[in-house]
Structures are given as C-alpha cells and as structure tokens.
Design a protein around this ligand. Sequence first.
Ligand SMILES: NC(=O)c1ccc[n+]([C@@H]2O[C@H](COP(=O)([O-])OP(=O)(O)OC[C@H]3O[C@@H](n4cnc5c(N)ncnc54)[C@H](OP(=O)(O)O)[C@@H]3O)[C@@H](O)[C@H]2O)c1
Length: 257
Amino acid sequence: MNLNLKDKTVFVSGGTKGIGLAIVKGFLGEGCKVACIARNEDLIARIASELKQEYLEENLLCLKADATQEEELVSSLKKVTERFGTIDILVSNIGNGKSVPDPLPAKDQFRTVWETNFTSAENLVRVGMNYLTPKDSSILFISSIAGVEAIGAPTDYSVAKSALIALSKNLARKLAPNIRVNCIAPGNIFFPGGSWEEKVKQDPDRVNLIIQTTVPMKRFGTPEEIADAVLFLSSERATFITGSCLIVDGGQTVSLH
Ligand SMILES: NC(=O)c1ccc[n+]([C@@H]2O[C@H](COP(=O)([O-])OP(=O)(O)OC[C@H]3O[C@@H](n4cnc5c(N)ncnc54)[C@H](OP(=O)(O)O)[C@@H]3O)[C@@H](O)[C@H]2O)c1
C-alpha cells in the first residue's frame, strides 16, 4: 500500500521514547519532514544524533519544549514552520499512566495527570491549528484503552484519556472537511525503558498472568504496531476516516461499540 507521505511535514509531541519515537521513525522512513519535542535535552540530543545516522538530517528537527506550557509550544511551532513550512500532520502523543490506585486521587495528583495527558494535547492543538496546512491536514491523538473502558487503570488517567477521545470526536465534526481528526487507543505496549518493563521487573508472574488472561493475542504490542496505525490514519489511504478512535490492543477491550 502506497501511503504517499513523502515530503509531508509532521509534528510529533513526545518523540524521544517508546511510541512517540517509533512514530517519528515511521514518518522519517516514509520520507517526511519530522519535528518532535520532549523535555529532556540530553535525550533529545542523543536521539537526534542516532536518527541522523539512519535518516536524512535535513528532514529532522528535535526541540526542547514542555507541552503543558503553551508558550513553549508557540516558540517550537514557529521554529518548525520557519524550517519546514506549514504542518500537514500533527500527532499528540504525550501521556503517562503513572498515578495512584485511590478511587479518587488527591487534587494535586489529579491535576498533574490531567495536565500531562490532556492539557498537553489541548495546548498542542490550540497552538498547532494556526500552523496547519489549511486543506487535507490531519490531527491524531494517542489516547489509551483506559480511555475507552474502565479496565482498572488509575482513575485520573482514564478520565484524561477519555476526554481526549471526546476532544478528538468534537474537533473532527467541527474541522471537517478540511482537517481530519482521529484517535488511537493502544493497549499494553512493551519497550525497553517503558512503563511495562518496569512492571515486569517488579512482578513478572503477575504481569504474565494479566497478559495471558486479558489479551486474546497473548502478548504485548510494540511501539511499531502503534506507529503503523498512525501512519495509515495520517495518510491519503484514510481520507474518509475522521472522528474515529482506532483500538490497537490485541483484542483486550470487550465492549460491543
Ligand atoms: N506504553 C503503553 O503501554 C501505553 C498504552 C496505552 C497508551 N499509551 C499512551 O501512548 C503515549 C506514549 O506512551 P509511551 O509509553 O511511549 O510514553 P513514554 O515512554 O513515557 O514517552 C513519553 C514521551 O513524551 C515526552 N514527554 C512527556 N511529557 C512531556 C511534556 N510535558 N512535554 C513534552 N514532552 C513530554 C517524553 O520525553 P521527556 O520525558 O524527555 O519530556 C517522551 O518522549 C502516551 O500518551 C501514553 O499514555 C501508552
């Protein structure tokens, strides 16, 4: 399938680890011009230098910015468009499921999780919309199956990820026909340094039991499997798909709609 993504300009938030890094590599592999942001400067420098070994240096721009701070996004997006022109594909990937098991986490905790998982995306779309190519552009949010079903994830994370799906659906209806807006809800995605590796180290038997009993495919997903879905939804092969939330979870979710 020819995705015809060559020379598209892509912005990925949180592109230095795990799913975000796989998305960055996926678009670079398709010949796109890719900009990404993250907060850790050392990691940004290391990832940028590794990517430049494998992909065209002129196609890559990695910047330091905290997406919970709107003004930092304004300055990054300005730099990106000065270098690459308007943005065809905006991917909001930032998120973190770490929280507490309390039924209703304390206010400060809830706020932190909300800012990481929802405000970062709201800010990105608020600022990024000003720099989007006016026609045939695409916005994609990385949510989670925790936003689709109450699977026992932390309450604050589940609420924020669910709100992202609502944001995506509302924007899709209001920005059509020129801008498509979709969501991807990943299941359990394993990669070195990721949250699941930490859980496996803490209690391998428990994690194995969860995977074997709740995931019909009986394994973790990979960041590349999420990146493939992102590339497809962002491409002209998906031009009638907007307002969708694509679940990529090895069959874990059980609801009928
Ligand atoms: N892994 C899973 O099993 C799983 C399952 C379902 C959904 N998801 C969702 O998929 C997305 C990616 O997950 P992941 O596991 O790949 O996450 P990750 O390993 O924690 O990576 C997150 C990326 O975002 C950056 N980041 C975090 N907060 C930021 C901020 N405020 N401003 C700018 N950059 C920020 C991180 O770099 P810095 O720390 O340097 O900023 C890093 O590059 C998240 O939305 C997550 O909720 C993951």
